[in-house]
Design a protein. Structure first.
Length: 609
């Protein structure tokens, strides 16, 4: 097969200082009926050229990595290999120059298996590469039997794009057109070959009548949803190990005030709440790592909100004897001794014969919603209970990283929070791939993704791994828009991709409101539901009593309730209930509240900016 009509099958990633050997490899592979796409000059042409590279990798069968000392430090090569990994393309390392393999291949996730083509080993190495490529992908041989003049013309145009055309949008269209012509009607199911990897959904044949949506949208995962939670296994192990370390220190220093307090810190949208609720807590409940942790008492998670003592009382009430009232708990928590949480936790531990675990989610609310008096009182309750040597309570808190300086103003809080602190790291490509793909394997789900959809999702979320709610929201919507068991690229584009899906959905809901008055009320509603903060990134959501949106004017009241319900029905606002003390009657009662489903909406929806 000649160079002019050979199909593009593999992408060559190399440092531009190695262009001569790259050109030689390309030409010699073409002689063996394997076509290679490579950029012919330094990538300096801006976004359009980068998109060409992305599309070439996206549609190729694999990526050849020309391993040299120059490639090891090349930013361009790192980017191309990341794209290959993102789209699940196999990477074939060939060692071209350099004295030792670590010198040329210390890049992340590059296999220690390679083909040596240095100097006199070039010819034998090239034959090995060709044999490996053909054995790994039989379609390379089959392409030799295919006669398609339209494809031949397209690839001739592709191979010979000149420099000026590559820089122009016209050149970009020519190349994209060529790729689409060649790959039209071709089902490329090439994926990274890993023996340990779970089979793809395409290999599963069980027929399901009602598929469950495993993606959570803007909600945090709960303990009950642990079976849908993937991608944070290593972090969960780290958290469990830190809890074990806390217990070790407790035994070692029995009479010392060693805090039984774990702080989990990360950016908004990094999945702090989810990894604690659906990762750490279920792992402890299983009791496989820490002996006896399956017998511990896990209190319902609480958030500080406007009144953290009420929230704490509400989470204690279900596990205390039936004759203990909410009023009694509140009175005791307000006691100036600051020992009420210690007493209650000790009583629960004695009755249950186990430890007590209290999760305080979104601790930043203590600094955005709680007044100073209640804030200090709550801090003292936590400090006393978690440092009392004889107590069995463990407190786990989550907090946004941009609020990390706030606890420093309170000596006791700062001390207990810094004793055991875990930062949420960004997710790797494989972590994110697990988030996307593994729920699709579940027995009551079993859906599949159109070719390259997973890669597009991964590439779109790259660099903003803290936006996990946007990814979950997009996946939830893709599932809802699926064609039978297939999540499609067409639906993804229609949603606005990861970056635009939530904003587009919110704007569509807003525009669906029936009148201009409803629009004005919606703007007033969200203004009330947001704590603006000093800077844009400081903005947080606020829980508000639904009764605050009651108006004397019947028409206006009705319109506001319709507006609220519209955003609840579309899952942009969450409705819930809390137990609160009536300021007038002093009676404890259950009251409805509403809040924005996730702070991701605040930054994603331009109308709230």
């Amino acid at each position: 097969m000649s160079e002019e009509n050979a199909p593009v099958l593999v992408f060559l990633s190399y440092a531009h200082a190695d262009r001569e050997i790259a050109s030689r490899v390309q030409k010699d592979l073409l002689k063996k009926s394997i076509a290679v796409w490579r950029d012919l000059e330094n990538i300096q042409a801006g976004r359009d050229w980068e998109e060409l590279v992305r599309e070439a990798i996206r549609t190729c069968s694999g990526v050849i990595y020309l391993a040299t000392p120059n490639a090891r430090g090349s930013r361009i090569v790192r980017g191309e290999l990341l794209l290959a990994k993102t789209y699940g393309k196999p990477i074939y390392p060939i060692w071209a120059t350099g004295q030792s393999w670590p010198e040329v291949a210390s890049l992340e996730d590059i296999s220690s298996h390679y083909i040596d083509i240095r100097a006199s080993q070039y010819e034998d190495g090239l034959l090995q590469l060709v044999a490996f490529l053909k054995s790994w992908n039989p379609s390379i041989d089959r392409q030799r039997e295919v006669s398609n003049p339209q494809k031949d013309i397209a690839m001739k145009e592709t191979i010979h794009i000149d420099n000026e055309k590559r820089r122009s949008s016209g050149g970009r269209r020519t190349f994209m057109h060529a790729l689409r012509l060649f790959f039209s009607g071709t089902q490329n199911t090439h994926t990274v070959a890993k023996a340990s990897r779970k089979p793809r959904v395409e290999e599963q044949r069980t027929v399901i009548r009602h598929r469950r949506n495993p993606y959570k949208g803007l909600k945090a995962f709960t303990t009950e949803e642990a079976g849908d939670f993937f991608g944070r296994e290593k972090l969960i192990d780290t958290m469990v190990a830190e809890i074990k370390h806390i217990l070790t220190l407790e035994q070692r220093y029995a009479n010392r005030q060693e805090p039984r307090f774990l702080t989990v810190v990360g950016p908004s949208g990094s999945g702090k709440s989810s990894v604690v609720m659906a990762g750490l807590v279920p792992s402890l409940q299983q009791g496989k790592v820490i002996a006896g942790s399956d017998t511990w008492t896990f209190l319902s998670p609480m958030r500080p909100g406007k009144d953290p003592l009420e929230a704490l009382a509400q989470t204690l009430l279900p596990v205390l004897p039936g004759n203990v009232s909410m009023r009694t708990i509140l009175d005791n928590l307000h006691d100036e001794s600051m020992r009420a949480l210690h007493w209650y936790a000790s009583d629960i531990a004695r009755q249950q014969g186990s430890r007590v675990v209290l999760v305080v989610d979104q601790l930043e609310e203590l600094f955005t919603e709680t007044d100073e008096t209640l804030r200090q009182h709550f801090i003292d309750l936590l400090a006393v209970a978690t440092t009392e040597p004889e107590n069995k309570v463990i407190v786990i808190v989550t907090m946004r990283a941009d609020f990390s300086d706030h606890p420093m103003k309170y000596q006791l809080l700062h001390r207990i929070m810094e004793a055991h602190r875990i930062a949420i790291p960004p997710m790797t490509v494989e972590n994110l791939r697990a988030v996307i793909e593994r729920p699709a394997f579940l027995d009551d789900v079993q859906v599949r993704f159109e070719e390259n959809l997973v890669g597009d999702l991964l590439l779109d979320i790259h660099g903003q791994e803290e936006n996990l709610p946007l990814l979950q929201f997009t996946l939830e919507k893709l599932f809802e828009a699926r064609h039978d068991d297939l999540l499609t690229l067409e639906a993804y584009e229609a949603l606005g991709r990861v970056q635009g899906a939530l904003s587009k959905h919110a704007e569509e809901v807003y525009e669906s409101l029936p009148s201009e008055q409803h629009h004005l009320l919606a703007e007033a509603l969200f203004t009330r539901l947001i704590n603006p903060g000093g800077l844009e990134q400081d903005a947080t959501r606020r829980r508000v009593l639904r009764s605050e949106f009651t108006f004397a004017d019947h028409t206006q009241h009705q319109q506001m309730q319709e507006t609220i319900q519209t955003f609840i029905d579309t899952r942009l606002i969450t409705a819930n209930e809390i137990v609160s003390e009536n300021a007038v009657s002093r009676r404890v009662e259950t009251v409805p509240i509403i809040e924005i489903s996730h702070e991701a909406l605040i930054s994603a929806w331009k109308r709230l900016a």
